[in-house]
Design a binder for this molecule. Sequence first.
Ligand SMILES: Cc1cc2nc3c(=O)[nH]c(=O)nc-3n(C[C@H](O)[C@H](O)[C@H](O)COP(=O)(O)OP(=O)(O)OC[C@H]3O[C@@H](n4cnc5c(N)ncnc54)[C@H](O)[C@@H]3O)c2cc1C
Length: 392
Amino acid sequence: MLDRLRRREIVSERARRLPRIASMQSFDVEVRGAGIVGKSLALSLAGIGLDVALRGGPAQASEDVRAYALSPSSIALLRRLGVWDSLASDAKTAVHDMVVHGDAAGGVLEFSAWQQCVAELAVITDAAALERALDAAIAAAPRATRVDTDVTASLVAHCEGRAAATLAALGAMTTFERSDTGQRAIAARIVASLPHRHVARQWFRSPDVVALLPFDRPERERSYAFVWSLPRERADALLALDAAAFERELAAAAGAEAGALSLASARAAWPLVVGSAAAWSGRGWVLVGDAAHVVHPLAGQGLNLGLADVAALTAVIAGREPWRALGDERLLRRYERQRAAPTWAMRQMTDGLLRLFAASSAPIRELRNNGMGLVNRIAPLKRWLTGRALDS
Ligand SMILES: Cc1cc2nc3c(=O)[nH]c(=O)nc-3n(C[C@H](O)[C@H](O)[C@H](O)COP(=O)(O)OP(=O)(O)OC[C@H]3O[C@@H](n4cnc5c(N)ncnc54)[C@H](O)[C@@H]3O)c2cc1C
């Protein structure tokens, strides 16, 4: 009798297993897109006990020359994920002060960590080093698995960046309103003849925006990562110049504060589109990071917004009612509601700045320079503005 029962158990166990073996692997969450946001989300959700599949895109052919200005909230998340402290000290450089210059006629805005009562305004972080640290953490995380084939999951988190593949996958469920700014951003590393003193500098020279971010690679205290946004045709012409001619153009755009500037890496360029998805979630799917929203890099906030999405989605999922499924639309809408306002505000701010500094008529230029001078003298307003950037 016992034998018969045992045989029946074995047969039903096999029957239960067979379809799983024959069909796809099953997970709680599939994260599609292994950029910084996708990897952070996979780690974060694995950290609250979910089984996560991370599906990566094609590996980058060359190392990313960008360095990101990360906010204290992003750093706190990366620290919780066990990634931040594993970065080498020269892969992260604190920004203590920031100076924003208007056009040649004047207009300067100065922000300082001291005024804001924080240790630093941001930390400039090596993009490639951060990617590698996240890869190592994923490899060590027992509940996060890299996959390269289809899997089944209760929830699919789209983190494919601004790639159109997300839209194709979601069909009619959402649309992405996208506008091409007609600009490209050139980024590279430079070494300056004067020490950076942990000061980030930005010039709004309509229509160009140049940012020099203090960075300790390749030379401690003397290097910068720069991002130069400018009209596509001019960007292409600058990229075609040899190093010496390019350095002269950069020095003319950036002014003399940093001293003489020499290129210390290859130059790379990105087309600048901005936009956001009409809906960020639905039954069984959610958009995170650049897949949901793309802002202009002039405020250095795109990744900060994406990492704030990761923190918000993790908190919403961790706090769900025990009976609520991971792919429940109402649950995912909580995340969308939390993130909509700060993302919209950041988009308005960056679009507004672009429009303000693109205007070249004399009265608007004067108003702009006077306005910058005024804001610079009103400490509470400056604190409020900085607070928005620190909290994104
Ligand atoms: C020049 C420049 C400077 C910037 N500086 C800053 C800064 O200082 N601070 C800041 O906060 N932000 C900055 N940003 C913005 C920041 O780069 C982005 O917001 C951030 O990289 C978005 O990360 P993500 O992981 O969402 O998307 P991505 O970095 O685009 O990653 C998407 C990943 O998905 C993969 N993928 C695509 N399609 C598929 C598919 N079908 N299947 C599987 N995988 C797929 C891709 O290969 C990629 O690995 C800057 C942007 C630019 C262009």
